[in-house]
Each structure stands twice: as C-alpha cells, then as structure tokens.
Design a protein around this ligand. Structure first.
Ligand SMILES: Nc1ncnc2c1ncn2[C@@H]1O[C@H](COP(=O)(O)OP(=O)(O)O)[C@@H](O)[C@H]1O
Ligand SMILES: [Mg+2]
Length: 268
C-alpha cells in the first residue's frame, strides 16, 4: 500500500477540468451501514471509471480500515496530530481502484479539534479533491460540531436511514441541522436494510413528510438498499461486496445509487 502504487492506477498527473465533487455520508445513528455503504459506493464509482478518494472522517470508531483490512502506516490521526500531511496519508486501495484516507479507532474525535484545525483539514481536502472526480466522506455517528461542519462542507449530503424509529429521528435531526448550516444545500436520503424496495420507499416517505412539514425541505430519495446476508459475508472476509457478490441485491442497489449520483446534478 505505497503511494507510488496509488499513483500508478488512480492519480492523474494532469489537472482535471473541474474540481472534484464531494459527497458526505451521514446518518446520526451508528450501525445503519454507513461505512459499508460509503466503501461500496466508492467502489461502484471507481468501477465506472471515476477517480475516487474515500475519506474516513471518524477518529472515534474508524472502520473503513477494519472493513477493508487495511493497516495504513499513516492515517487521519497522523494528519490531525501534525505528524503527516493529508496527501501523505492518502493510500491506494488496489482491489477497489480507489484511494483511502483511513481514520484511526480510539484516538479521540474530530470534535476535539479546534475550528482552525478543522478548517485547515478541510482546505487540505479541498486541494486533494482537485485530483479526483469525487471525494466521499464517511462521517462519524452523532451530530457534533465537526460532523456538522463536514456535512455542510460537502456538495452533497447523503443521509442514511433504516426503518427503525431511532434511525429515522436521527436522520431527521441530521437533515434539520444541514438545513440550518447550509440553507438550500443538497441533501438526499438513502434507506438501507430494507426488506423490499417498496418498504424502503415507505420509510423514506415518512421521513420526507416530516422534513417537508417541519423544515420546509423535501430531501429526495436517492435509493433504497435491501437487507442482504451477502453484506455480512463480504465484511467478515474484509472484501468488497461488488467483487465478491456482484449480482446480489445489495450490490445492484448500490450500483443504481452510484449511477444516479453520476447522472444527476444537484437535486432541485
Ligand atoms: N444492506 C445490508 N444488508 C445486511 N447487512 C447490512 C447491510 N448494511 C449494513 N449491514 C450490517 O450492518 C453492520 C454495520 O455496518 P456499518 O457500515 O459498520 O455501520 P455504521 O457505519 O453506520 O455504523 C455491518 O457490519 C453489516 O453486517
Ligand atoms: Mg461507521
């Protein structure tokens, strides 16, 4: 997992025509499949030919590294402590064809960073984004200051919910804070772990209705992802779902979401 290897397959030496697009994945509640979804979306986007950077924006419960079986020499903890620059901490993940900045489990939280340090990190990410078509941020659970700031920094916020009431209320809170932090910003819903696509659509409709009535905002549904035992199998083996089980329901659902993101500009 060396930097030259990363450059060889994914980093372009030429400057792109436009700065990379940024997409943050948030949920409020943990355990809804946010990290798995961010990884699989990164993979789907890379497979469609995009240059992708997956940024694990969680220092408390980092798990991109664990789900992928990475043991990075440098990670976000190194960047935050000043031991490395952000570009030093970017590593290639060859099986997925995308690049990763790993988080670091148990080294505290980005919430402990002061505002100047957080802004410094975001401006380094802005510079790094120029080398990519898309930067995907896997945000930590909760709605602390750093999570809010990163959610509002991204061009698009994907809010992952499940049909559990606790997930729905946390997803609602995430949309509400995003509406306050970035009025008119682009927030969209993803419903994970649904029994059927139409059950997921009903869950999204409940959430959308609450957002419409109480926030005057109607975040569109980007897609639903079915509950699928192949997901656990891929995670257990620290492998990518789209490689291991390319035609399983959850793979097809994430690929459809990736295609919708690529096809659509910011939602109206
Ligand atoms: N579509 C799905 N089908 C089946 N299991 C899933 C699905 N999405 C997530 N999971 C399960 O949920 C667990 C938590 O996922 P994770 O990505 O760590 O969540 P989060 O980042 O929201 O805390 C995973 O270990 C996996 O077993
Ligand atoms: Mg996670």
């Amino acid at each position: 997992m060396t930097k030259p290897a990363a450059r060889a397959y994914s980093l372009s030496q030429a400057r792109p025509a436009r700065a990379g697009r940024s997409v943050a994945v948030a949920s409020g509640k943990g355990g809804v499949g946010k990290t798995w979804f961010a990884i699989t979306l990164a993979h789907a986007m890379a497979m469609s030919g995009q240059r992708v950077l997956l940024f694990d924006a969680d220092l408390g419960l980092a798990n991109v590294d664990i789900q992928l079986g990475l043991m990075p020499a440098l990670d976000l903890g190194s960047v935050v402590s000043g031991a490395a620059t952000l570009s030093d901490a970017i590593a290639g993940y060859a099986p997925g064809g995308f690049d990763v900045v790993a988080g670091r489990s148990g080294s505290g939280s980005l919430a402990a960073l002061d505002s100047a340090a957080l802004e410094g990190l975001l401006s380094a990410l802005d510079s790094a984004a120029a080398q990519y078509d898309v930067v995907l941020l896997d945000l930590g659970a909760g709605v602390d200051r750093a999570v809010r700031r990163m959610a509002s920094w991204a061009d698009t916020l994907l809010v992952v919910a499940t049909e559990e009431p606790t997930s729905l209320t946390d997803a609602y809170a995430t949309v509400k804070l995003h509406a306050a932090d970035r009025p008119g910003g682009d927030a969209r819903l993803v419903v994970n772990l649904c029994s059927t696509p139409s059950a997921g659509e009903r869950t999204a409709a409940t959430l959308t209705r609450a957002c419409h009535v109480f926030l005057g905002r109607t975040p569109p549904l980007l897609g639903t992802i079915r509950r699928d035992t192949h997901v656990q199998d891929a995670i257990r083996r620290q492998s990518l779902l789209l490689t291991r089980h390319p035609n399983c329901p959850a793979s097809l659902d994430v690929e459809q979401i990736a295609a919708r993101i690529a096809g659509a500009g910011p939602a109206g």
